[in-house]
Write a protein that binds this ligand. Structure first.
Ligand SMILES: [Zn+2]
Length: 438
C-alpha cells in the first residue's frame, strides 16, 4: 500500500507567496510541493478547492496546567482545542502546572502527564526561578526548547519571580547554550506604587476596568524591557519579550533591534482585538496581565507587526476554573488574570489583520514561521517546504462565524470573544500528515 497523500488547493501558502499547488506528504513529512495538476496515480488526493492550505499554527505561549492543575485545563482538552483552531504545535509554559517545569524531575513528570493525551505536537519550555541555575543545562539536555521567567509575582507560589541577581546567574548559562529566555516583562516597582488605586474601592470600584488598568501601568512594562535589553547586552543571552501589551515599549524594542541585539517580541490576539474603551465594568473575562490598553495603543501594536518590531503572535492561553474568574462579583482586583484563546487565536488575529489590509501570508509569518524560529523548530515546523513536518491547516479566510463559547473545546468555556463575529473558519487540521480535526 502506498502511503503518499496529496493535498491540492488553489491557495497554498509557500515561502514565496500563495499559489495553486499540490503538497505531497510521505511518512509524516512534506516530500515536495508540486504544480496543481501533479497527482501521482497511486496517491490519495485531498482536494481542498479554494480553501487556504497553510502551515499549522505554532503557538509558543500556552499554559496547559497539567499535572497539578488539570482542573484548569489539561493536555487532552488543550490539544483538542488546538486542533480545532488550526494549531499543530503548542509549546507549554513551565507554570501553572505542579510541579512547575524548573527541574529535570519536574520535566519528567510533565512528559509522563502528557503521554498519550495529545492530539497535536506538544513541546515544553523550562522555567528560570530563583535558585535553579544549576538545573538549566540538564533541562536543555532533556529537551526543553528554552526558558521562561517572571519579573513580577506570577500568580502561583511555586513559580517565584526572578530578580536581577537571579538573571545574572541564569542568563550566562543560557547564552553558553545559545538558548533563549522568554520574559514576562513587568517590574514590581511601578505596580507596587500603583496598588493604592484599590484603596477604599467598594464593590463597585472593584468592578471598574479603568482602575485595574491603572494598577498595571505602562511604566512597569517599560522598566522591565529596559532591564532585559541591558542584561541581553551584558550577557549575550537571547531575550524574547512575551505578550507585549504597552506600545510604550516599542521604541525600546526598535532601538535594540537597530543595535543588533538578539531581542524578539510577541503580542497576543486579545491585545490586537480589544481595547480599554470597549471593556465593560465587571467584564472580568477581559482580565489579563499586562492589561488590554487603549484603542490607540492597539493600533500601534498592529503597526509594530507591520514594521517587524513585534515578531510574532502567540495566544498566552491561560485558563482557570470559572469560579476564579469572579464573574459574580466582577471584581477586577480578585479575578484570575488570563484569557483562554488557543482555539480562536487564528480567526481572532485574521479578523483584525484583514480589516487592516494584511494578508494570509502575513499571518503565516506571525503565527507559523516566526514562532517556529523562536522555539528552535525553524527547520521542521512553520513552513510548507520539502522535509518539513506535514503539519497543515486548511481554512477559509472569507468565511465567518459567531463565537459561541459552546464550540470551545477548552475545559472551560469562558471567553471575551463570546458573541463576536470572526473571520477564518478552520476546515481541517493535519499533524504529521494525519487528520486531527475536520
Ligand atoms: Zn503566559
Amino acid at each position: 500500500m502506498d502511503s503518499r497523500v496529496v493535498l491540492r488547493s488553489e491557495r497554498v501558502v509557500i515561502s514565496d507567496g500563495i499559489r495553486p499547488a499540490t503538497v505531497h506528504i510521505k511518512e509524516g513529512r512534506i516530500e515536495r510541493v508540486g504544480g496543481p495538476d501533479e497527482i501521482p496515480p497511486e496517491s490519495s488526493l485531498i482536494d481542498c478547492g479554494s480553501s487556504v492550505v497553510m502551515p499549522g499554527v505554532v503557538d509558543t505561549h500556552v499554559h496547559v496546567n497539567e499535572p497539578g492543575r488539570t482542573e484548569w485545563e489539561g493536555f487532552e482538552t488543550a490539544t483538542a482545542a488546538a486542533a480545532a483552531g488550526g494549531v499543530t504545535t503548542l509549546v507549554d509554559m513551565p507554570l501553572n502546572s505542579i510541579p512547575a517545569t524548573t527541574t529535570r524531575e519536574a520535566l519528567r513528570a510533565k512528559r509522563a502527564a502528557a503521554e498519550g493525551k495529545c492530539a497535536v505536537d506538544v513541546r515544553l519550555w523550562g522555567g528560570v526561578v530563583p535558585g535553579n541555575a544549576a538545573e538549566l543545562s540538564g533541562l536543555l539536555e532533556d529537551g526543553v526548547l528554552g526558558f521562561k521567567c517572571f519579573l513580577v509575582p506570577s500568580g502561583v507560589d511555586e513559580f517565584q519571580h526572578a530578580g536581577e541577581a537571579d538573571l545574572r546567574e541564569a542568563m550566562p548559562v543560557l547564552a553558553r547554550h545559545g538558548s533563549v529566555l522568554l520574559v514576562h516583562a513587568e517590574l514590581p516597582g511601578p505596580i507596587a506604587a500603583a496598588a493604592r488605586v484599590w484603596d477604599g474601592a467598594g464593590p463597585e470600584g472593584l468592578r471598574e476596568y479603568g482602575r485595574y488598568l491603572s494598577s498595571r501601568p505602562d511604566a512597569a512594562e517599560v522598566a522591565a524591557v529596559e532591564l532585559m535589553i541591558r542584561l541581553c547586552r551584558e550577557t549575550g543571552c537571547r531575550v524574547h519579550i512575551v505578550h507585549v501589551a504597552s506600545a510604550e515599549v516599542l521604541p525600546l524594542l526598535r532601538a535594540a533591534w537597530e543595535e543588533g541585539l538578539p531581542v524578539t517580541a510577541e503580542t497576543c490576539p486579545h491585545y490586537l482585538t480589544f481595547a480599554e474603551e470597549e471593556i465593560p465594568d465587571g467584564g472580568v473575562a477581559f482580565k489579563c496581565a499586562p492589561p488590554i490598553r487603549s484603542r490607540e495603543n492597539r493600533e500601534r501594536l498592529w503597526e509594530a507587526l507591520r514594521d517587524g518590531v513585534i515578531d510574532l503572535v502567540a495566544s498566552d492561553h491561560s485558563p482557570c476554573p470559572p469560579e476564579m474568574k469572579k464573574a459574580e462579583s466582577g471584581s477586577f482586583r480578585d479575578a484570575w488574570g488570563g484569557i483562554a484563546s488557543l482555539q480562536v487565536s487564528l480567526p481572532a488575529v485574521w479578523t483584525g489583520a484583514r480589516e487592516r489590509g494584511f494578508t494570509v501570508a502575513d499571518v503565516a509569518e506571525w503565527m507559523c514561521a516566526a514562532p517556529a524560529r523562536l522555539a528552535g523548530l525553524g527547520g521542521e515546523k512553520g513552513a510548507i517546504a520539502p522535509g518539513y513536518d506535514a503539519d497543515l491547516v486548511v481554512w477559509d479566510p472569507e468565511a465567518s462565524f459567531e463565537m459561541d463559547p459552546i464550540r470551545l473545546r477548552h475545559r472551560h468555556k469562558i471567553t471575551p470573544y463570546a458573541g463576536r463575529t470572526l473571520y477564518g473558519v478552520v476546515r481541517r487540521t493535519l499533524v504529521g500528515g494525519e487528520d486531527v480535526f475536520g
